[in-house]
Write a protein that binds this ligand. Structure first.
Ligand SMILES: NC(=O)c1ccc[n+]([C@@H]2O[C@H](COP(=O)([O-])OP(=O)(O)OC[C@H]3O[C@@H](n4cnc5c(N)ncnc54)[C@H](O)[C@@H]3O)[C@@H](O)[C@H]2O)c1
Length: 278
């Protein structure tokens, strides 16, 4: 007979935990925040978009969850330290989960990519997650017996490459190495788990036809997101996907929940595919 305890019904699998989710104002990050919160986790909505971040936090609080929004640019040192400080205050001195999710692509063929384009994407997807993990080190390198875990959000571009996405593919591949290193450095003594999820096609504003939405670059300029012929034209894309459908932010958030939950208590250093198949 298993000695495994019940997975904490009805308090939720993440009761008593506190999570930072970057890029949680909308899309995959926002849905992940809602899903974690429904499992009892306190969530910190970290995003550069103040209006949407606050709206997401309010929606979680109004359904009985516990959320705060912390507005900032994840590529800026001072915003990273402010984020960790606010999260730890909200978590009564503790921090258990980081989801490095903020991001977008700035695509071009190799011969056209400018230095600024390259540096922005590497800084957003690699340097920022590293710096956030480093800033949070004092709250992860602890021995209080509580589970801690990190999920880095990668992409199938980082696993297989993708024409037109050299910077994004390199950066998303880099997250795999960072994740495995965290697993090796903080696993043995502190029991910290770290995993990567490499999503394929998830329908968000980044992957549908442009609708006037933009991401804000570190220099404050606007970067239009979305692409014509995107995942809103679902039938064009699903032929290669074994589940024959585009994923939703809910599909993505549930995969992330699984990774930070006790269901994955002995899974670390892994790359999980979130692409509806091989
Ligand atoms: N949508 C997909 O098909 C897909 C597939 C694979 C991987 N991903 C990855 O998933 C993550 C989330 O993407 P999404 O589709 O939900 O996009 P989204 O645009 O809906 O959400 C991304 C969020 O990140 C925030 N953000 C961007 N730059 C930031 C910065 N410098 N500081 C703080 N916040 C910042 C944005 O404001 C936005 O709220 C990204 O890392 C993306 O690369 C998405």
């Amino acid at each position: 007979m298993s000695t495994n305890p019940r997975l904490n019904f009805p308090q939720g699998m993440l009761a008593g935990r506190i999570a930072i989710i970057t890029g949680a104002a909308q899309g995959i990050g926002a849905e992940t925040a809602v899903i974690l919160s429904r499992e009892g986790c306190k969530v910190v909505i970290a995003d550069i978009d103040a209006g949407k971040a606050e709206k997401t936090a309010q929606a979680i609080n109004s359904e009985g969850g516990a959320a705060i929004s912390v507005v900032g640019d994840i590529t800026k040192n001072e915003d990273i330290s402010n984020l960790v400080q606010k999260a730890v205050e909200f978590g009564d001195g503790k921090l258990h989960i980081i989801i490095n999710n903020a991001g977008y692509a700035w695509d071009d063929p190799i011969e056209k990519i400018q230095d600024q384009q390259w540096n922005t994407i590497i800084s957003l997807h690699n340097t920022a997650p590293f710096k956030l993990i480093r800033e949070a080190a004092p709250y992860f390198m602890v021995k209080d017996g509580e589970p801690r875990s990190i999920v880095n959000v990668s992409s199938t571009s980082g696993i297989y490459g993708n024409a037109g996405q050299a910077s994004y593919a390199l950066a998303k591949a880099g997250l795999v190495g960072l994740t495995k290193t965290v697993a090796q450095e903080w696993g043995p003594e502190y029991g910290v788990r770290a995993n990567t999820v490499a999503f394929g096609a998830i329908k968000t504003r980044l992957t549908q036809a442009p609708s006037g939405e933009y991401a804000v670059r570190p220099d404050g300029t606007k970067h239009a997101v979305g692409f014509k012929g995107g995942y809103d034209e679902e039938e064009k894309w699903v032929g290669d996907i074994p589940l024959r459908r585009i994923g939703t932010p809910t599909d993505a958030g549930l995969a992330i929940l699984a990774m930070v939950s006790p269901l994955f208590s002995y899974v670390t250093g892994q790359v999980t595919g979130g692409k509806g198949g091989m």
